[in-house]
Design a protein. Structure first.
Length: 419
């Protein structure tokens, strides 16, 4: 079946999930375009068609319709099938469905983003805003909890775009912060959520959905808290919790100030014969086999550097190859502080809907430094130190930086170099 249109977005965007799930229910195909978020959405050509840089954006197959706003796109996709049940059985139900689309947009997503984005390292943490958003979200969830006391689905007797919109808005909250303890107070909502995300159309887009056991919390990066200041604040916070309650904004303003860039501990390591900048230049300008590889082993200094095997922890959730590749790109962007101290190659192996991310990093020192561990998505990757003297490890490392043929017996699909 020919796609009814194309979506521009980034991988695993819950706003896009909403559209893709609606398409699944209607047995329609929507193409997910190859798209580099941050670059392609700023391209003047993109902006000729769309109102602004925000994604998801949708273009119909006949090129006649260009729209932003995930709710509108999902509504259009839902209405593209005459037999659709996603919009309710009559105008009154359609109005109810619309009210939940807007409820998700206005009463769930903004609170959820303020709560979660600092945890993901996307925005800065602000305690007053955090408290407001957790309270705001709880209020909205209580509304749903009461509605779902007597209902299986939000509108009518079957899944509609109302359920899809609200469930996808709650995808990240349930995955990251609405933990087992929290869910005890929201039993109807949790039952409903589990019911809908286990429907085949949801599963096809979301895969196996996991609800978090213990909530992730924002932990301030060490670099944001110069030691002296932290100590002083800890003492004054201990002394007067009351004062803190009365003046959260002042405290938070202080917390939000960017701290001076700390000098890296790695700068005080003994000098090394491996000059990483030189290696990166040599690797870029010469054939990898045999020239760059020979150069590397001739200059490698196992005391000043370490080699790490890196595997993505959630390979089973990966979908299109280009999406996996974008994930690697995002991780590399967030490793900016490590650029001076690390070189890496991460590749996508396999094919669409069956691929994995793996690779190697060469890192200054013998531990994984904070320049790497501070990256918001570091926890999504497993880093294992390897013995550079082991011939098997050596050869595998070489394969992963040469990108030729099969790696670990799997087909190379795409790759990115951190340099
Ligand atoms: N109301 C819009 C919001 C879209 C939105 O905020 N998209 C974010 C990513 S999830 C974005 O594109 N941000 C980029 C920017 O603000 O320039 C919708 O529901 O589609």
């Amino acid at each position: 079946m020919a796609p009814i249109g194309k979506i521009y977005s980034y991988p695993n965007n819950p706003r896009t999930f909403k559209i893709l799930i609606a398409a699944e229910y209607n047995n329609l195909e929507v193409e997910v375009a190859e798209f580099e978020f941050g670059k392609d959405n700023k391209d003047p050509k993109f902006l000729e068609n769309f109102h602004h840089e925000k994604v998801p954006a949708f273009e119909s197959a006949d090129g006649d319709l260009h729209i932003n706003e995930c709710g509108a796109i999902a509504y259009y996709v839902s209405s593209c099938s005459e037999k659709t049940q996603l919009l309710g059985k009559d105008q009154k139900e359609t109005a109810k469905v619309l009210s939940y689309i807007l409820f998700a947009e206005n009463e769930i997503i903004p609170h959820a983003n303020t709560w979660i984005n600092p945890i993901l390292g996307i925005t800065q943490y602000n305690k007053a805003a955090h408290n407001q958003s957790t309270e705001g979200l709880k209020k909205s969830l209580k509304v749903l909890e009461n509605i779902l006391l007597k209902k299986t689905y939000l509108v009518g007797e079957r899944v509609t775009l109302a359920d899809i919109s609200v469930a996808t808005a709650l995808y990240l909250p349930f995955k990251l912060v609405l933990d087992a303890k929290f869910r005890e107070g929201y039993k109807n909502l949790t039952r409903w959520y589990k019911t809908v995300v286990n429907q085949p159309a949801f599963k096809k887009v979301l895969g196996e959905v996991i609800l978090v056991d213990v909530a992730h919390e924002y932990t301030p990066p060490k670099k944001d808290k110069p030691k002296k200041e932290t100590k002083a604040r800890e003492v004054s916070e201990e002394k007067s919790d009351k004062k803190k309650e009365e003046a959260p904004d002042d405290l938070e303003e202080e917390e939000a100030k960017p701290a001076p860039k700390p000098k890296s501990k790695l700068d005080s390591l003994p000098p090394s014969k491996l000059n990483l900048e030189e290696w990166k230049r040599f690797y870029s300008n010469n054939n990898t086999r045999p020239d760059a590889i020979n150069w590397f082993w001739e200059h490698y200094d196992p005391e000043g550097y370490s080699i790490w095997r890196v595997d993505y922890k959630y390979n089973s959730e990966l979908k299109k190859v280009f999406m996996s590749s974008n994930l690697i790109g995002g991780f590399f962007n967030r490793l900016e502080r490590a650029r001076k101290y690390a070189f890496g190659s991460l590749v996508v192996l396999g094919e669409d809907n069956k691929n994995e991310i793996a690779g190697y990093f060469v890192i200054r020192g013998q531990e994984i430094p904070e320049e790497v561990t501070d990256a918001a998505d570091f926890e999504s990757y497993e880093f294992k130190k390897v013995d550079h003297a082991d011939p098997k490890e050596r050869s595998c490392f070489e394969d992963y930086i040469a990108w030729d043929g099969h790696l670990d017996g799997k087909t190379f699909a795409d790759g990115k170099i951190f340099k």
